[in-house]
Write a protein that binds this ligand. Structure first.
Ligand code: BGC
Length: 249
């Protein structure tokens, strides 16, 4: 019997949702999405999550929600790219009420990393793995022998005197109109900083780099192995659903 679990990935500009067959890591049907309401307060977001969930029939069990914040016991503790009203909000409890099913809230990069470690680029890899998502911000997920150390937030390390995500994210590339070699040089500096600190055996690169990895690969440099993320834009949804299934809500 297939177990299709609902996964949702909340981003600064869009919210994606899908049903995931958690025994194969595959999305059943496509992803659906909606614009993130602005301001992106908890009250404004809940009806959007509920209407996305209502369009996906046949889900079993709880819902996994990937969110761009530090999440402790279901509560958001930071809000780098969403409304500050989220800080201190128990997103798991709010979503459980709005969606009428148990909800697991987790950091979006941690969710993406879970998808990659279970079914994607990190499957079966022993050692230290860092998943890096390069998008609006920089998200990170740290794994040792497949086990997640949650909420690492290494996108906010200091690099050249500033918050690393303000120096090397995909948003910065667009905002500063950097060409690819100039941007990848910044990404390389960032990966070196992570490597000096944590000595990973493998980096899994998600977001903008994974989508055009063949082009970027010749420019990327690291002492660790480098692999593109397998799931690209689906990783948060797949990983959130996997995490909800594993938590057995
Ligand atoms: C947030 C992280 C998040 C990352 C990617 C950062 O600004 O602090 O929690 O994982 O963006 O969305």
């Amino acid at each position: 019997m297939t177990r299709n679990v609902l996964g949702i990935d909340v981003g600064g500009s869009s919210i994606k949702a899908g049903l995931v067959d958690v025994d194969s890591g595959r999305l059943v049907g496509g992803l659906i999405s909606a614009h993130t309401p602005q301001p992106s307060t908890p009250q404004a977001m809940m009806p959007v999550l509920a209407s996305l969930a209502a369009r996906l029939e046949g889900a079993v069990g709880g819902v996994g929600i990937a969110f761009p914040s530090v999440i402790k016991q279901g509560t958001a503790r930071t809000a780098a790219n969403v409304d500050h009203a989220w800080i201190g909000t128990d997103g798991a409890a709010l979503a459980a009420r709005a969606l009428s099913r148990p909800a697991l809230f987790l950091n979006d990069a941690d969710a993406a990393g879970i998808a990659e470690m279970r079914w994607g680029a990190g499957r079966g890899f022993a050692g230290t793995v860092i998943m890096v998502t390069l998008g609006t911000g920089i998200g990170t997920a740290l794994f040792c022998d497949g086990k997640l150390y949650p909420n690492t937030e290494l996108g906010h390390l200091e690099l050249n005197g500033m918050d690393a995500e303000k120096w090397a994210s995909a948003r910065v590339r667009t905002a500063e109109n950097l060409d690819f070699p100039a941007w990848i040089a910044r990404v390389n500096d960032y990966l070196k900083r992570l490597h000096d600190l944590l000595w990973p055996d493998l980096f899994i690169l998600g977001g903008a780099v994974s989508e055009r990895f063949a082009e970027f690969a010749p420019l990327l440099r690291s002492d660790a192995q480098l692999r593109p993320a397998h799931f690209a834009g689906q990783a948060g949804v797949v990983g959130a659903a996997m995490a909800a299934a594993e938590a057995d809500l």
